[in-house]
Design a protein around this ligand. Structure first.
Ligand SMILES: *Cc1c(COP(=O)(O)O)cnc(C)c1O
Length: 225
């Protein structure tokens, strides 16, 4: 199966999941996760029309931006260290993985120095999984007002990486919690949080049923890493 064919299959599965729960298929955006794959392979997916790509490591992201010029929107989906903020933000359309107030402050400060605003999502550790990054739910409640007040940060929504479960129904409650948290924060702070980044290759259909607007998909497009 070619990558172009995989892309078609994934796109129609995304549409089918949206239609099944009465959502507009255009309300779900595919982020093709290209980590570990070389530029030659990634070009197959961009040639097939996929323009939004996600990387989880800063160094790899920066290398690929150089190797793949053109109209690509790069998203950072992995943990960002504060000392790498300056390098990354000029090239990133969306950072999915803001996981502390310190990091958010740093991004806002540097975005301001560079004369812009950074679009970000707040990563939430909804499952309280020690092995995962993300704000604990209580902490995001506590510091949301401070986050929302940062002048050069545009908080577009929330993101989560739940624990892997063979049975995707086991993941559904984590996705539902992220959706409920979005509603709570957005009501309480009177702000729009339009994006929910959740769902990967094996569980994106359930994530879409629970409200995902961004699904991050790697292995269903490119194969196993
Ligand atoms: C690798 C990765 C994905 C994609 O995972 P697949 O199972 O290959 O679809 C999604 N989100 C994050 C944060 C990742 O690191």
């Amino acid at each position: 199966m070619s990558i172009a064919e995989n892309l078609k299959i994934v796109r129609s599965a995304i549409s089918a999941a949206a239609v099944k729960c009465g959502r507009d298929p255009d309300s779900v955006t595919l982020v093709a996760v290209t980590k570990t794959w070389p530029a030659s392979i990634i070009r197959e997916v961009t040639d097939a029309g996929q323009t939004i790509l996600g990387e989880n490591k800063v160094q790899e992201l920066l290398e690929k931006i150089e190797e793949l010029p053109g109209a690509i929107q790069w998203h950072l989906i992995g943990h960002l260290q504060q000392n790498k903020v300056r390098k990354v933000i000029p090239h990133c359309a969306l950072i999915h993985s803001v996981d502390s107030l310190d990091l958010a402050e740093q991004i806002s400060r540097i975005a301001g120095e560079l004369g812009g605003t950074s679009k970000v999502l707040l990563q939430v550790n909804v499952a309280s999984d020690d092995a995962k990054f993300g704000f604990p739910v209580d902490e995001i409640r506590r510091c949301f007002a401070s986050l929302a007040a940062l002048p050069h940060l545009e908080i577009r929504g929330l993101m989560t990486v739940p624990p892997f479960e063979e049975d995707t129904e086991q993941v559904r409650p984590h996705f539902a919690r992220l959706r409920e948290l979005r509603a709570e924060l957005s009501d309480h702070h009177l702000c729009e949080l339009p994006e929910l980044s959740m769902g990967m290759s094996h569980d994106f259909a359930v994530a879409i049923e629970e409200g995902a607007t961004l699904v991050r998909i790697g292995s269903s497009l490119f194969g196993g890493r």
